[in-house]
Design a protein around this ligand. Structure first.
Ligand code: ACO
Length: 401
């Protein structure tokens, strides 16, 4: 039954589904997710295989264009991205205007939107070629903005990319290169970041992706749609959870490390405290990404020789939650962001940058979903409501109120 017929059958009946818990907003061929079985696949490929065997750029190509690239396709894709990785000098002036205290997610969202002004051809994308050009532009420029947002926070002079490096290596170099020092590539860090970005690359119709699709459905440009997605990701119930997890673990450490006390707070319905990094709208048995990243966290910390007491606190919380009726009954398990912050911290990335790293990973997913929506010529997203306000009222002039 098509939607027009359905509308006729239901006589315009509107369903109420707060949080869209049971509402599908689109058909999509990008990501398959089974929350009960803990399955996640991009374009039919298991996330476990992709995290182990592919690199982030291959996964980006797969998500956006539907197939794994051969070597020639990947080389061309990377070359096109590198060709468009220069960010206009005037964007730096906008960056300069932000206070150092600004949250890097706000900076990233603003600068991504601002890029539209410097790349007006990215707005009216009527052909696949136009879309491709907008896509390689943003994939080239976004890592520069990410790195600049971090360097601004740390008070470091801005650094430029190195086109001889791989995509992820180049991001790390742009973020970490110190003045008057060569940047040394650490393959363990590159591998861990590659994995983290792949695990975050898409997750079907989550809050930020739905935002990108709905903003894009009005035919706003790609960069404006992505900027809205970044804002949606910022919140602590979504991408901001990775920052919130680390802040929570640090707070537990400062408080003396009593995990039981915080478990009690999380279960107390009078207390707004939630165990950050636990629970997921869709995964109700385990988050397959958390399984992969947990292993990676142990390896990275060992390889980098980092001994961090917050890892012990994290493991303690996880064990207690696994054996706690409240968490078991509600199917609350650690999600991917319970561990990602621990790895980012070990890499030397400031806490406020964690959600920016999530955005870097999610970028290809947002792009793929936007492209799918535009190619399918989906209608403008416009949910209905059930009005529960006042009936018609007589207007009273200000002196009579
Ligand atoms: N700590 C304590 N209790 C929790 C938690 C938690 N982290 N998460 C859910 N609950 C409880 C709720 O209080 C509710 O209890 P009730 O049935 O007694 O009222 C029940 O579990 C169901 O929770 P909802 O909020 O209705 O579940 P929903 O699917 O709407 O929310 C969400 C999912 C937002 C992820 C939630 O579990 C949460 O806030 N988690 C912490 C934040 C977090 O880690 N977010 C990252 C999500 S993953 C990502 O974006 C990559």
């Amino acid at each position: 039954i098509d939607i027009k017929t359905l509308r006729g059958v239901t006589g315009g009946v509107t369903t109420i589904d707060p949080g869209y818990k049971n509402t599908g907003s689109c058909e999509s061929a990008i990501t398959f997710l089974d929350g009960e079985k803990g399955i996640l696949r991009y374009r039919g490929y298991a996330i476990e295989d992709l995290a182990e065997k592919a690199d982030f750029l291959e996964v980006a190509y797969l998500l956006i264009f539907g197939e794994l690239p051969n070597k020639e396709q990947l080389d061309k894709f990377h070359t096109d991205i590198k060709k468009h990785s220069v960010v206009d000098d005037d964007v730096k002036k906008i960056l300069d205007a932000f206070p150092k205290s600004a949250h890097p997610m706000g900076v990233l969202s603003s600068l991504t939107s601002a890029l539209t002004a410097f790349n007006p051809s990215s707005v009216n994308v009527d052909s696949e070629e136009d879309m491709y050009n907008a896509i390689v532009r943003i994939l080239g420029k976004f890592p520069v903005l990410v790195a600049w947002a971090m360097r601004k926070k740390l008070g470091l002079p801005l650094d430029y990319g190195d086109s001889s490096l791989g995509y992820v290596e180049n991001v790390l170099k742009m973020m970490f290169k110190q003045p008057n020092e060569d940047y040394k590539i650490n393959p363990i860090v590159v591998d861990a970041l590659d994995k983290l970005l792949i695990l975050h690359a898409d997750h079907e119709q989550n809050c930020s992706t739905s935002t990108v699709r709905i903003v894009g459905s009005s035919h706003a440009g790609l960069f404006a749609s992505l900027s809205a997605g970044i804002s949606a990701l910022w919140g602590p119930l979504h991408g901001g959870a990775n920052q919130a997890v680390l802040e929570m673990l640090e707070a537990i450490k400062e408080d003396g490390g009593d995990t039981k006390k915080f478990m009690g707070k999380a279960k107390d319905k009078e207390d707004p405290f939630r165990l950050m990094g636990f629970g997921h709208r869709v995964y109700k048995n385990f988050d397959p990404r958390a399984k992969i990243i947990k292993k990676s966290a142990d390896e990275v910390l060992e390889d980098l020789g980092v001994e961090d007491p917050i890892l012990g606190i994290a493991k303690g919380l996880e064990q207690e939650a696994l054996n706690d009726d409240y968490f078991v009954k509600r199917k609350l398990y650690p999600n991917v962001d319970f561990y990602s912050g621990i790895i980012y911290k070990a890499m030397g990335i400031p806490v406020e940058m964690f959600t920016v790293m999530f955005a870097l990973g999610r970028l290809p997913g947002w792009i793929a979903q936007w492209r799918e929506m535009r190619l399918k010529k989906e209608p403008i997203g416009r949910p209905r409501q059930v009005y529960v306000g006042e009936n018609l009222r007589d207007f009273k002039t200000i002196d009579n109120r």
